[in-house]
Design a protein around this ligand. Structure first.
Ligand SMILES: *[C@@H]1O[C@H](CO)[C@@H](O)[C@H](O)[C@H]1NC(C)=O
Ligand SMILES: *[C@@H]1O[C@H](CO)[C@@H](O)[C@H](O)[C@H]1NC(C)=O
Ligand SMILES: *[C@@H]1O[C@H](CO)[C@@H](O)[C@H](O)[C@H]1NC(C)=O
Length: 187
């Protein structure tokens, strides 16, 4: 019975993965997350799954929702190979509690939207290469993170040449808000 049953499950999964689905189903490769197909691409929802270590995702992942988990750090090259990924939601985690790895976002050359709101990032501790791979980024949300005395953030924003929307909290205690390099952002 069992092999037959497994085969049946596999067939069902294959059907789900080769046609467009309007609802999320358990992902074939990872039972923690839910998947939805769109043509040959995958939308993956891993929100509220008590994840502390980011799993690996298939190359055809288009959007990835990792919000409301226990992620404290992003290891280098975690997302490498996900060149079709356009949206990454890491809202409400603990990213930044551990030292932020400079190559955390390596490979995300087509990422357009990055949500990092409500984490533990301290802007002044962010490595200056952090956002370098994100050449296509249009929208960045950094609200509800640890506020520094002043925000020397232009430094890490300079590679984001396509950025159109930045959401960030600013501290009132500081003499200046952004350093001069922020002016290189023209969009
Ligand atoms: C990610 O998932 C959360 C919780 O399910 C949801 O509220 C949020 O809108 C999702 N993010 C995006 C960008 O769709
Ligand atoms: C921020 O994240 C914490 C968990 O890290 C969660 O309990 C809280 O509800 C979140 N706050 C907002 C405004 O989403
Ligand atoms: C911000 O700082 C200014 C001058 O230091 C002060 O007058 C103002 O009340 C502060 N605003 C807030 C919301 O704390």
């Amino acid at each position: 019975m069992r092999p037959v049953f497994l085969l049946f499950m596999y067939a069902i999964n294959s059907i789900i993965l080769t046609s467009n689905t309007t609802h999320f189903f358990l992902c074939r490769y990872n039972s923690l997350c839910r998947c939805k197909t769109a043509g040959r691409f995958l939308h993956i929802d891993c929100s509220f799954r008590e994840i502390s270590r980011i799993p690996h995702f298939p190359r055809n992942t288009r959007t990835l929702n990792l919000s409301s988990n226990y992620i404290t750090s992003i290891e280098k090259n975690t997302f490498d190979g996900l060149k079709h990924l356009t949206m990454l939601d890491l809202t409400s985690n603990k990213v930044g509690q551990m030292k932020t790895e400079p190559l955390a976002f390596n490979g995300l050359e087509n990422l357009r939207i990055l949500f990092l709101a409500n984490n533990s990032l301290s802007y002044n501790d962010l490595p200056k290469e952090l956002f370098s791979p994100l050449k296509s980024l249009v929208q960045l949300n950094l609200k509800f993170n640890t506020l520094p005395g002043n925000i020397a953030i232009g430094r890490i924003m300079t590679p984001l040449l396509n950025l159109e929307s930045l959401q960030i909290d600013i501290s009132n205690q500081s003499g200046y808000l952004f350093d001069r390099q922020i002016s290189s952002l023209t969009n």
